[in-house]
Design a protein around this ligand. Structure first.
Ligand code: RUQ
Ligand code: CUA
Length: 623
């Protein structure tokens, strides 16, 4: 059995088994083996020759140790983001985005409920593509963005607090699907409109599908203002930005402008659209747009005059029917679009695109990969990894070999690994940056079938961890992780690139910080404003008395400075539930419409006297 002593050494006499583990502290790896080794008899991590696989050992992340990466995974129609540690695959936290969530009080306090209200007031969203902001093609740890395919919105998550701080309802878009940052410096966040609708969609025209359109929206990441949109022919689907600040790519299906499935799949080809962003900005600058829904809408359809000259704003590249994912290689050379209904991927040479008048000439490779290619990730060593939805596999292939072969040859395929089952997206560590880490890959599988205990008809999805750090040994499946419906895309970011706060900084919010001296109850014309602090084990007032029918606002600050010491304000039968992290202030407004005694309590178990941390709300009957 491998023991900690065998490996917890330093210097050149590294066990070759561990020399291949990238960017993980060697002592940590040794310790991991110690922990795993002692358990290996019952966990089955030992291989036949009694060795612990490097990937298994490294992926274990023993109790008390931290992961190397944060992964931000979308939660699909749960409307949230989940944060995993990689490689442990432990779920660290959930970030509600498009729906209320009671553990965080998200959508219960005035600020967050107003934000959801201002963004359309919907109770859910369909979050697909979490992308983390970058500076100079590397993660800067400021924000994550995610789309809402259900209601045409884009949300921003502040990574200082790991919470949603802005949502924009994108005008003229129904079904914002693709989402991604304009690189290298996140100048815009792009929302890719999927569902074609009449423009404007106000009922004056319903049944003329030829006139329906969809747009891409360029959103300013600071203000979350939609700066401009471009309308195009056909649907759009996924998107990704080039690394050089010029091109943005979107796949699309339904170039037929159809409504039914058979109409949408009648032609042989569809497009990848390449948006020339500086050319679009020039058109906006020159006033060559129509204002629709309060946004400059630039005409990027094929017949548009803006596409007539020698610098078209949108290039339509023919690819096999219904492409799905598109992602730009880390070196910025190629945009790779997955065939979905076609077994190939199309490799688009980005530099060639700028040089040719026939955008189809920019397609320099079309490797045949397998059935149902959906999305592609990168290891930074020249390999692409593509999910094969129908084959239930991840295929690793060589990008330059595909370009050399040019045609639909299978030569570029290096290796395939089975996943369980029907993978949608996959993501490799820092795959969306210029320098992927090349060690871990997660396949986000749509079905888990029999991989977990049966929990009834709705099975979990399966996020599978695959070690890709050893080209000689090949891909290694390391972990199955059940996931609640339904992860689509993800971003994996080195842990040291994100610096979340431990406690709130009152400068970061508008609510008034309420300390002991600020406690106050102000009454005015049927309105009552209660300002109170909270700390172990009390609220600022033992009793608060109001009149039946009063509109009551509580402004509550958790004045603790100890990290991890949360309080909350919960008021039974009033649907009041606000979370208060250390130094955080939140407000909540409600109507006291039933006379009686209500125990205001703290729902976080904050101390041995947590249960005693409660005060009375006394609602007097109206005269
Ligand atoms: S796209 S797998 Cu939004 Cu493929 Cu989900
Ligand atoms: Cu504060 Cu429990």
């Amino acid at each position: 059995m491998t023991t900690i002593e065998d490996h917890a050494t330093d210097g050149d006499d590294r066990d070759p088994l561990f020399a291949r583990i990238p960017r993980r502290d060697f002592m940590k790896a040794g310790a991991a083996v110690g922990a795993v080794g002692s358990l290996a008899g019952c966990t089955g991590l030992l291989s036949d020759d009694g060795q612990v696989s490097a990937a298994d050992a490294d992926a274990s992340v023993p109790p008390g140790e931290h992961d190397d990466y944060y992964a931000f995974l979308s939660g699909g129609h749960s409307g949230e983001i989940r944060v995993y540690g990689i490689p442990s695959m432990r779920q660290l936290i959930r970030i509600p985005v498009f729906g209320r969530e009671s553990a965080r009080g998200y959508g219960y306090d005035d600020r967050s409920s107003q934000m959801l209200e201002d963004a359309g007031g919907y109770s859910w969203g369909d979050a697909h593509h979490p992308r983390v902001s970058q500076t100079d093609n590397d993660y800067d740890g400021r924000w994550a963005f995610v789309n809402d395919k259900a209601n045409g919105r884009m949300a921003r998550i502040d990574l200082k607090y790991f919470e949603t701080d802005a949502i924009v309802d994108v005008p003229n878009q129904q079904g914002t699907h693709g989402a991604c940052c304009m690189l290298p410096d996140t100048k815009y966040v792009f929302g890719v409109g999927e569902f074609r609708v009449p423009m404007p969609n106000d009922g004056r025209e319903l049944d003329d599908p030829d006139s329906y359109t969809s747009t891409i929206a360029a959103i300013d990441p600071e203000s979350m203002n939609v700066e401009w949109e471009v309308l195009v022919d056909g649907n759009m689907d996924n998107g990704d930005g080039g690394k050089e600040g010029r091109w943005f790519f979107a796949t699309g299906y339904n170039s037929e402008n159809g409504v039914t499935e058979s109409e949408m799949s009648s032609s042989e080809t569809d497009w990848v659209k390449a948006f020339d962003v500086p050319a679009i900005e020039e058109a906006v600058e020159a006033g060559e747009y129509e204002e629709v829904g309060g946004v400059p809408l630039v005409d990027g359809t094929r017949d548009s005059s803006l596409n007539g000259g020698d610098r078209p704003i949108v290039r339509y590249i023919d690819v096999a029917k219904s492409p799905h994912g598109v992602s730009v290689t880390p070196d910025g050379k190629y945009a790779i679009a997955s065939g979905k209904l076609d077994p190939t991927c199309s490799v688009i040479d980005i530099e060639a695109l700028a040089e040719t008048n026939d955008p189809n000439e920019a397609i320099v490779g079309r490797p045949s990969l397998g059935m149902g290619p959906l999305h592609t990730a990168y290891d930074g060593r020249g390999h692409a990894y593509t999910t094969l939805f129908i084959d239930s596999q991840v295929v690793k292939w060589d990008i330059e070999a595909a370009v050399e072969a040019a045609d639909e040859s299978e030569d570029p395929v290096v290796e395939k690994i089975d996943v369980h089952y029907n993978p949608g997206h996959l993501i490799a560590a820092e795959s969306y940056t210029a320098e992927p880490q090349g060690d871990w890959l997660v396949a986000l599988n749509k079905l888990s079938k029999d991989r977990f205990l049966n929990v009834g008809p709705m099975k979990p999805e399966n996020d599978q961890l695959i070690y890709i750090g050893d080209d000689d040994a090949g891909m290694e499946l390391v972990k199955d992780t059940p996931a609640y419906a339904e992860p689509h895309d993800a971003s994996i970011v080195s842990a040291d690139k994100i610096q979340p706060a431990d406690i709130y900084d009152p400068e970061d919010y508008d609510e008034e910080f309420v300390d002991h001296d600020d406690s106050d109850i102000v009454r005015e014309d049927g309105r009552v404003h209660v300002k109170m602090y909270s700390q172990r084990n009390e609220f600022g007032f033992q009793d608060v008395t109001v009149q039946e029918g009063d509109e009551v606002t509580f402004t509550v600050t958790n004045i603790e400075t100890t990290p991890d010491l949360l309080h909350s304000l919960a008021i039974p039968e009033h649907d009041v539930n606000i979370k208060l992290a250390p130094q955080e202030t939140r407000e909540v407004t409600f109507t006291a419409d039933e006379p009686g005694v209500y125990w205001m309590y703290c729902a976080f178990f904050c101390s041995a006297l947590h249960l005693e941390m409660r005060s009375r709300l006394l609602v007097e009957p109206a005269e």
